[in-house]
Write a protein that binds this ligand. Structure first.
Ligand SMILES: Nc1ncnc2c1ncn2[C@@H]1O[C@H](COP(=O)(O)OP(=O)(O)OP(=O)(O)O)[C@@H](O)[C@H]1O
Ligand SMILES: [Mg+2]
Length: 636
């Protein structure tokens, strides 16, 4: 049969006889799915070591893994009689029946990794189990066993050495990159695993040089050291540990502060029951949680561990075992989003941000948004005194202790909205200032305003030293949070439509909309189906009166189709609020009185997320007396 391909020459397609593939070829093809490059091979070997209960793993690599990869562990080993079996396809000790897949506690389950590796490399396994007198080894080249298992010297555990990857499949070898690139992938995979198992000692050498030495963690301090080693010191200092639990799910980990954003998604680790996974729904939930505090195009940094009953997770969905499916995607998404959103919302001056080392501004030379160069917005001293301050009672009760004249504050704060005459009246109002005689725990976290610098920054004196506040950014954030709060807590202002909006849609979208009517209702959109292919919108929240509602509804429905949920309407409303807050915020060069400045500082202490502006930049920095003393070389 000859058929015409558009724009191409005629192709002859001939019928061939159906033949059974030989085992070697089957394994070589299967290897294509499992072993993409040296890094994926190493991942399989390391997972096997972890599954074997090892708590020490030594890795040696040559030439980016293309020449040699050797993994030695102190796990329970493989019995002599099972060595050959371990190299045959579909042979595993981890699974007995299909239902075991939903009770899985191991990283492997298919019995495919070793035969795949063996098919495309030269492989040697040496292993000893505790019950045996001797260790045994086997060798296999390109899927061919070289000899019977022979005794060798080795302690309990397993060594697997893989040389000349893809030596017998040159076409695949061509797809490998340079040593450096392949090594980079290896390094990433090891880091990922080292973060999943703090209790395991990982050591890595590349071309004879030691590259990573992660001792097993026995206490909290070691844990932080490992995080520093793997994710960098900046991340360790600019992240916050949290944990949350609800029936059947637990989420814990470290969240990078929004001010520590990245240009790449290179510091994002998500584990489900100890397995590193890539899952768009999880990524979406995290992204949404940070949406309010990060420029679009910037990425948060995080390490998240989710523990969930294995019955509700399907791990058998991808050959690299890096994807999972959940029984109830939506519930998981909501839990992650709600949890992280709360942690981020609670980041405000005076809350439990981890102690960060004070950095002198001239050391933080790069004002860039990149995490590697962010100014550390807060100092450890600031936080320890904040803890005392918080311990005195609720934030608001604490404020009362400052003996502020609330009315003055309010008046002062109102004057942030430009009205020069009101401002003039405030000029002479006496304001409370910093009193060195006062107990440090009585001084609010952001201190008392001293002055305004160049119409842009507020200078304030705190118990620890000097606070600098970007007044526009801070005011914008406060305005935004207040608009959101009113929307969330008060009845939504709705606008009935004299002429209802009609949205024509495919039948399945209309039924999805009807099933998910609550998504619309909770934000004040009254939507109903008319016939099988049309929705009518009878009422909208006033805030959306300039928005293309049919387009919004279509976006919501495609979210629902893809992710099982949507909060796009809330997002749109938040964007509108953000732009209103920006316009309403105090402009540069507006002169503020001290009461106004103090009012702004007090608001920052009580409003959610006020530590960052709406784009994730810090709204304030603290310079401690120690920092200042260092600048002036005092006491050195
Ligand atoms: N380092 C090791 N220590 C002890 N046993 C091992 C080790 N590596 C492999 N094995 C044994 O060999 C078997 C085959 O390993 P292989 O990696 O091919 O399959 P698996 O881990 O069971 O599943 P998967 O293909 O999903 O990785 C394992 O089930 C395990 O019993
Ligand atoms: Mg395995």
């Amino acid at each position: 049969m000859v058929h015409e391909l558009p724009g191409r020459i005629k192709t002859g397609v001939k019928r061939s006889q159906i033949r059974r593939l030989d085992d070697r070829l089957i394994n070589q093809i299967a290897a294509g799915e499992v072993i993409e490059r040296p890094a994926s091979l190493l991942k399989e070997l390391l997972e096997n070591s972890l599954d074997a209960g090892a708590d020490r793993i030594d890795i040696e690599i040559e030439r980016g893994g293309m020449k040699r990869i050797e993994v030695s562990d102190n796990g329970f080993g493989i019995e002599k009689d099972e060595l050959v079996l371990a190299l045959s396809r579909h042979a595993t000790s981890k699974l007995k029946c299909f239902d075991d897949l939903y009770q899985i506690n191991s990283l492997g389950f298919r019995g495919e990794a070793l035969p795949s590796i063996a098919a495309v490399s030269k492989l040697r396994i040496a292993s000893k189990i505790i019950e045996a007198d001797s260790a045994f080894e086997i060798q296999c080249h390109g899927g061919q066993m070289l000899a019977e298992p022979a005794p060798c010297a080795r302690e309990v555990g397993t060594t697997i050495e893989v040389t000349d990857l893809f030596y017998n499949t040159p076409a695949r070898r061509k797809f490998l990159r340079t040593d450096t690139t392949e090594y980079r992938h290896i390094d990433q995979n090891i880091r990922k695993l080292a973060l999943s198992r703090f209790d395991v000692d990982f050591r890595l050498a590349h071309n004879g040089k030691s590259m990573l030495n992660c001792a097993a963690v026995t206490n909290e301090k070691d844990k932080n050291n490992r995080i520093s080693m793997i994710c960098g010191e900046e991340f360790a200092q600019n992240s916050l540990y949290f944990s949350a639990e609800q029936t059947n799910i637990r989420l814990e980990g470290w969240l990078g502060l929004p001010t520590f954003s990245r240009s790449q998604r290179d510091l994002q680790y998500f584990y489900v029951n100890g397995r590193a996974v890539k899952e768009p729904m999880l990524a979406h939930a995290v992204k949404r949680a940070y949406a309010d505090v990060m420029y679009s195009g910037r990425h948060p940094a995080f390490i998240l561990y989710m523990s969930i009953s294995p019955e509700v997770v399907d791990v058998n969905v991808h050959p690299a075992k890096t994807e999972v499916r959940f029984k109830d995607t939506r519930q998981i998404h909501d839990f992650i989003y709600r949890t992280l959103n709360k942690v981020i919302a609670d980041l405000r001056p005076g809350d439990n941000i981890p102690p960060a080392r004070a950095r002198l501004p001239d050391f933080a030379a790069d004002s860039g948004m990149d995490g590697s160069n962010t100014i550390t917005p807060q100092t450890s001293q600031a936080y320890s005194s904040l803890a005392n301050y918080q311990a005195r009672g609720s934030r608001h009760a604490g404020q009362a202790a400052f003996r502020f004249n609330a009315e003055e504050q309010l008046k002062g704060y109102k004057a942030l909205h430009p009205d020069e005459s009101e401002l003039a009246a405030l000029e002479n109002v006496a304001t409370e200032g910093y009193d060195p005689g006062r107990d440090a725990s009585e001084i609010p976290p952001l201190g008392f305003a001293l002055a305004q610098l160049k119409g842009v920054y507020i200078l304030s004196e705190s118990a620890e030293g000097l606070i600098l506040v970007d007044m526009h950014a801070a005011h914008e954030r406060i305005g935004y949070e207040q608009l959101k709060q009113v929307f969330a807590e008060e009845p939504i202002m709705q606008q009935p439509l004299l002429v209802p909006i009609r949205v024509r849609l495919p039948e399945q979208s209309v039924s999805a909309a009807v099933e998910n009517i609550a998504v619309f209702k909770r934000v004040g959109l009254v939507v109903e189906a008319r016939g099988e292919t049309e929705l009518v919108v009878r009422q909208i929240p006033v805030v959306l009166n300039k928005v293309d509602v049919p387009a919004l509804i279509k976006d919501v429905l495609s979210d629902i189709a893809e992710l099982g949920m949507s909060d796009r309407i809330e997002q749109t409303i938040h964007e509108i609020f953000a732009s209103r807050a920006c316009h309403g915020a105090v402009r540069a060069n507006r002169r503020l009185s001290l009461p106004e400045m103090n009012a702004l500082l007090r608001d920052m202490e009580s409003v959610e997320r006020s530590g960052q502006c709406n784009h994730g930049r810090p709204t304030w920095v603290s310079v401690s007396m120690d920092d200042l003393d260092k600048w002036f070389l005092r006491g050195q």
